[in-house]
Design a protein around this ligand. Structure first.
Ligand code: GLU
Length: 294
């Protein structure tokens, strides 16, 4: 059996987190053998989230998987033989198919735990446009007031390049900032931040805590994802870290291979990388989003 990480006095403050956004990537939700949904993992994920709700915490789930699942459903594995425009349309169609399936599966599992869940689909316009942002914030606020768990994804069916946020690492940080969360957890196929890509550099060292996002740290953001279905690498996780920490939110990256990591993180175990909140009073979220992923 794998050894449990020790508790850390420095992580005790995580127990008191009240409003938590949790992001899970496509590759974490799929069975590696077939690309089909991993129901056991989804069940454990939902149970963890419901337990947080039962402790009175506000919980938001940002989930990927729509495109990957949709492709699976209609048996499309490779888009490389399509012209660019058609490839986009096929992806959008797959997102429409997959998002509905994904939600159906989540709804079923949440219902087993008597938990109401809701869907919010966003694009870059939801953040950049003042009225859209205002409306989205109100919806989140009311859902959380009602004790609902909002399930968020990018609206991939309509989001073309120009209005895309592009990846769910960034999206989850945007959501965390918009709802004044106090913690963002990115569940990924990697343990956390390394000084270099551990898959290609055996000397790469693991970083447990980042106090300030220095240029040195930001330069560690390479496209280090090992998966083929999601879009996020360490680069997008560091973009998420900038948004979260500048908005005054702590952020954790942890490995999703065992989703029970969520309650372990919140009971002060020394797992993953912790990026400490580092509020920047002049940070402007809509402007930041407008500037990235152009
Ligand atoms: N929104 C995409 C989907 O649900 C995934 C984006 C990402 O993996 O970051 O398929």
């Amino acid at each position: 059996m794998e050894k449990q990480a020790e508790k850390s006095a420095k992580r005790e403050f995580l127990r008191d987190k009240k409003r938590i956004v949790i992001k899970i990537g496509s590759s974490s939700l799929q069975r590696p053998e077939t690309g089909n949904l991993d129901y056991t993992k989804m069940d454990v994920l939902v149970r963890e989230l419901c337990n947080l709700r039962n402790q009175g915490k506000d919980v938001v789930l940002v989930t990927s998987g729509a495109i990957a699942l949709g492709k699976k459903v209609v048996n499309i594995s490779d888009l490389s033989h399509y012209e660019e425009d058609q490839a986009t349309a096929v992806k959008q169609a797959c997102a429409a198919i997959g998002q509905a399936r994904l939600m159906m599966t989540y709804q079923k599992i949440f219902a087993e735990y008597n938990q109401v869940a809701a869907q919010i689909l966003m694009t870059r316009n939801t953040v950049v446009d003042t009225l859209n942002r205002y409306n989205a914030k109100n919806t989140f606020r009311e859902l959380l007031n009602l004790g609902v768990i909002p399930i968020v994804n990018e609206n991939d069916t309509v989001a073309t390049h120009e209005i895309q946020i592009g990846d769910n690492d960034t999206l989850s940080a945007v959501v965390a900032a918009m709802i004044d969360a106090d913690l963002l957890i990115l569940l990924s196929d990697i343990d956390g931040l390394y000084s270099d890509d551990p898959r290609s550099n055996p000397d790469a060292t693991f970083i447990e805590e980042v106090e300030h996002l220095t240029d040195d740290i930001l330069s560690m953001g390479k496209q280090t994802t090992g998966s083929t279905s999601g879009t996020g690498g360490m680069n997008t996780k560091l973009t998420a870290a900038q948004i979260a920490t500048k908005s005054g939110i702590d952020m954790l990256i942890a490995n999703s291979k065992d989703v029970k990591v969520i309650h372990r993180l919140l009971s002060a175990r020394n797992i993953g990388t912790l990026f400490k909140a580092d509020k920047d009073p002049v940070f402007d979220l809509p402007l930041f989003i407008e500037k990235i992923h152009k």
